[in-house]
Design a protein around this ligand. Structure first.
Ligand code: GLU
Length: 498
């Protein structure tokens, strides 16, 4: 018997998903999580991902933000199939270039009697709001213009009076829909305002534009953050009035800080997708971490490539909860693990492009040769959790360190003993030939001398480590000395004066 489960069924239905950012500033990291799910659904079903720029609020438009949004999405490798730069059958993909379309549909609703012209000015609207507030009611438009006669409307339009078009929300109804994650959701229509659909500047509001475009662009699944849930009844009404089939609505849990019930906050670190890249997170680590922000495959597996995620992701394993914790420590762990496990050359390439594109600091390695840099990277990446830590972890390979004299003494009993250790090791290392200057030999000879002078390993090796590197935590000492080289190690030991 052939039993189709949910995943088999969605496999045969091509999904068209979309991401619809507004160019009002930086893109939130949560939008990348939503986009990741959009991407997985489109790819696993052989469908398409559409990118649409929702630039209908001209007052909130931030110059340069479209370019930054496109760049960050590309940097995460979540390329879209239709949209800006690539075009597609539903061009243009910028809402500001589709104004005629929205106007036509707004007028169609007026024609049908489910939307109406409103000529109220700001003073009147303000007064209505104040009165309602005084009575303890939730402020809503009072449908004043719904009662205007045909003649009044004609006259106002002829006089060129500014107007908006509003949705006529019915009274005393329940507006219901089935969310793919939350299940059945219902809103009393009396709580829904007569939403402005077309503004006086001729631009649509989000509500009209999103419905018209999702319909015209054939979107089958509308994924978005839970903050949009209260807007959905307006969209449901619009679909009903237009007589259009609705996409599946998919409201995803919002992201919150660990131990908090509030959304992500700058106080704890980045909240914007680009901020994480600037901080030195690898896009693939961030994606892997974000796969689990809502989705739970029900196994112990934590490491997923994008390819594997596309295969395994399904909406029926997404949590119903309103919020999920964005565990920054866990993200750091993911990132460190990706840094350690990437092929060395690939990590080196990523580090270089990070310095070029995102870093605020210049790399310290720019004057050294690539083979040397690769060896340094191979040593320090064990301790590296973010690309941005490379400079700090590797600086002593590239320049003489500043060494805190008082700190050196703390490793041995006193100043004289520290001095003696340094002098003895200078003579030890002076006698090592250049051919023998390698990890194994340095390890062997250093340990022999330790026994000869009866030093404790910690006091001798920490003293040498600290004088040569300026740090008390480094990769294994003889790896470090081997790589820095005989002349430079001796120079640092000789120049150090207590
Ligand atoms: N333009 C909305 C935003 O910037 C998109 C909401 C939606 O996906 O429906 O978040």
């Amino acid at each position: 018997m052939l039993v189709l489960n949910f995943r088999d069924k969605i496999q045969v239905m091509k999904m068209r998903t979309r991401m619809a950012p507004s160019p009002t500033g930086e893109i939130h990291v949560g939008s990348i999580r939503t986009l990741l799910y959009d991407y997985a659904l489109a790819k696993q079903s052989g469908g398409e991902l559409i990118l649409r720029i929702e630039d209908t609020d001209q007052s909130r438009y931030v110059k340069g933000s479209v370019e930054r949004i496109l760049k960050v999405i590309k940097d995460f490798g979540l390329n879209w199939d239709e949209g800006p730069e690539v075009g597609g059958p539903h061009s243009p993909y910028f809402q500001s270039q589709r104004l005629d379309i929205y106007k036509k549909y707004a007028l169609e609703l007026v024609e049908k009697g489910v939307a109406y012209y409103c000529f109220c000015d700001e003073d009147r609207l303000e007064k209505v709001r104040e009165d309602q507030k005084r009575l303890g009611a939730v402020p809503k438009y009072d449908k004043f213009c719904l009662n205007l006669s045909k003649e009044d409307i004609e006259k106002n339009l002829k006089e060129g009076k500014p107007y908006v078009i509003r949705l006529n929300v019915p009274k005393d109804e329940m507006i219901e829909f089935e969310d793919a994650i939350i299940g059945k959701v219902s809103f009393p229509s009396n709580d829904v305002d007569d939403q402005v659909l077309l503004k006086s500047d001729g631009f649509p509001t989000y509500h009209l534009a999103v419905v018209v475009d999702d319909h015209l662009m054939g979107i089958t699944h509308a994924l978005r953050g839970r903050e949009w849930l209260p807007s959905t009844p307006k969209h449901i009404l619009l679909y009903k009035y237009f007589g259009w089939e609705m996409p599946k609505f998919v409201h995803l849990p919002l992201l919150r800080e660990v131990d908090s019930t509030k959304k992500l906050s700058k106080r704890f670190g980045s909240v914007h997708a680009m901020g994480f890249l600037e901080d030195g997170y690898l896009p693939e680590a961030l994606l892997n971490f974000m796969m689990f922000l809502g989705w739970n495959p029900g196994t112990e597996r934590e490491i997923y490539s994008l390819e594997d995620f596309i295969k395994d992701f399904s909406l029926d394993k997404v949590q119903k909860s309103e919020m999920v914790a964005f565990d920054r420590q866990k993200l750091l762990w993911f990132n460190g693990m990706y840094i350690r496990n990437l092929p060395l050359e690939e990590l080196w390439r990523k580090l270089n492009s990070w310095y070029k594109e995102y870093s605020k600091d210049k790399p310290k390695f720019s004057k050294s040769t690539e083979p040397f840099n690769l060896k340094v990277l191979d040593l320090v990446r064990e301790r590296m959790k973010k690309l941005s830590e490379f400079n700090d972890l590797s600086e002593y390979f590239y320049e003489k360190p500043k060494v805190d004299k008082d700190a050196v003494i703390k490793f041995s009993e006193n100043k004289d003993r520290a001095k003696e250790i340094i002098d003895n090791f200078i003579s030890v290392y002076e006698n090592v030939s250049s051919e023998n200057w390698n990890i194994e030999y340095l390890d062997k000879i250093s340990h022999e001398k330790l026994t000869e002078f009866s030093y404790k390993p910690k006091e001798a090796f920490m003293t040498i480590r600290f004088v040569v590197t300026g740090k008390d935590h480094t990769p294994p000492l003889f790896d470090v000395l081997g790589l820095i080289g005989k002349d430079e190690v001796l120079d640092r030991l000789r120049k150090f004066k207590l």
